[in-house]
Design a protein around this ligand. Structure first.
Ligand SMILES: NCc1[nH]cc(CCC(=O)O)c1CC(=O)O
Length: 341
């Protein structure tokens, strides 16, 4: 475990540092720095220390991911340290968190959401030829993604495209994209990660319901801060970091996911937007792996409370199931692989 700051003076003075846990990737470090900066702004007199550690998911790039519970892969070791009191909070991409936490842990704050969309990055070779969008790519072009949600939705719109797995953190994936030995024509990644890494210049298309027909992952673009459920002190420290519209939109998305999944992650696409003050619009879709079958829906209504956000997600799940999503999900569960890498 490496500490980025060693505020020796504070330790000498007997003042307790607030331990911020994160993963070791550059993106994870940047996100932890953002949280530390926000805390420092809210509570300038407190001392903070970031502890970055590699997780089972980072260490194991080879083993088939369906052998693990895909979500807890990224969180297990950090949560153990949190529960032991060696950390006070963990910074997560909300997208990577399971929809149900153990009763000893809780999400203390959801911060203001970065761009939730997926986006297309074209390999240097194809970018030079002027290709910018999925629609423009020649038949047989290879989209690098390990996410069933992404490949299924893209296959539905662009059946002539092919797909290849690509693993590793964002930097590793971009290096593979530009490696002439590798097959990728483009990658599809979360815009949020690229923007935080200051790599937005590489984005050539933002995918949306009306641009490429791709809905984003549940929670994508949001940072969530996890604490011990009984830690009232840290909960209070994090209150200024909470962004209520982001939290409510993400809770609605996670309620949809939780209602549908029955313990497993399922490839659901969503697109939530605040259309007017306190009006939440949510589009949602479940698509079969090969893109040939899909069920889509849309709900828009006033949401001002956590209960209303949960209810919206629950109603969206019921709508999907009533219109046949269960049959698609059953087939996916028989052929399970990583849903959102
Ligand atoms: N599965 C990895 C992961 N988890 C969160 C993000 C993006 C950042 C975010 O959603 O906040 C990414 C990378 C990606 O999907 O491109």
């Amino acid at each position: 475990m490496a500490s980025s700051t060693t505020p020796a003076a504070a330790v000498a003075a007997g003042e307790k540092e607030i331990g911020i846990g994160t993963r070791k990737s550059l993106l994870a470090r940047i996100q932890a720095d953002m949280v530390q900066a926000a805390l420092q702004k809210a509570w300038p007199d407190k001392k903070y220390a970031i502890h970055a550690m590699s997780t089972m998911g980072d260490n194991n790039q080879v083993t088939a991911l369906h052998d693990f519970n895909a979500k807890s892969l990224w969180t297990h070791e950090l949560e153990a340290l949190l529960l032991e009191g060696k950390l006070d909070l963990i910074v997560h991409c909300l997208k990577d968190m399971p929809t149900q936490l153990p009763p000893t842990l809780s999400i203390a704050a959801v911060m203001e959401r970065e761009d939730p969309r997926d986006c297309v990055i074209i390999s240097a070779k194809y970018a030079d030829k002027g290709y910018t969008t999925l629609a423009s790519l020649p038949a047989g072009s290879v989209v690098g993604t390990s996410s069933v949600r992404r490949s299924a939705q893209i296959a539905r719109q662009y059946p002539e495209l092919k797909f290849a797995d690509v693993r590793g953190n964002v930097g590793t994936r971009l290096a593979k994209l530009d490696d002439p030995e590798k097959p990728y024509t483009c990658l599809v990644l979360a815009a949020a990660g690229l923007k935080r890494l200051d790599l937005a210049a590489r984005i050539s298309q933002y995918l949306e319901s009306d641009n490429g027909g791709v809905l984003h992952a549940v929670g994508q673009g949001s940072l969530a801060i996890e604490i011990r459920a009984d830690d009232a002190e840290t909960l209070q420290l994090l209150a200024p970091l909470e962004h209520v519209p982001s939290k409510l939109a993400c809770l609605a998305e996670r309620s949809l996911m939780r209602t549908l999944e029955g313990g497993c992650s399922v490839p659901i696409g969503v697109e939530t937007k605040w259309t007017a003050e306190k009006q939440l619009s949510m589009k949602y879709a479940v698509v079969s792996i090969d893109g040939t079958e899909s069920v889509h829906g849309h709900i828009e209504r006033a949401v001002t409370t956590v209960e209303e956000a949960d209810q919206l997600g629950w109603d969206a799940a019921r709508d999907l199931v009533e219109r046949g999503a269960g049959k698609i999900l059953e087939k996916i569960n028989l052929n399970r692989k990583l849903v959102d890498a």
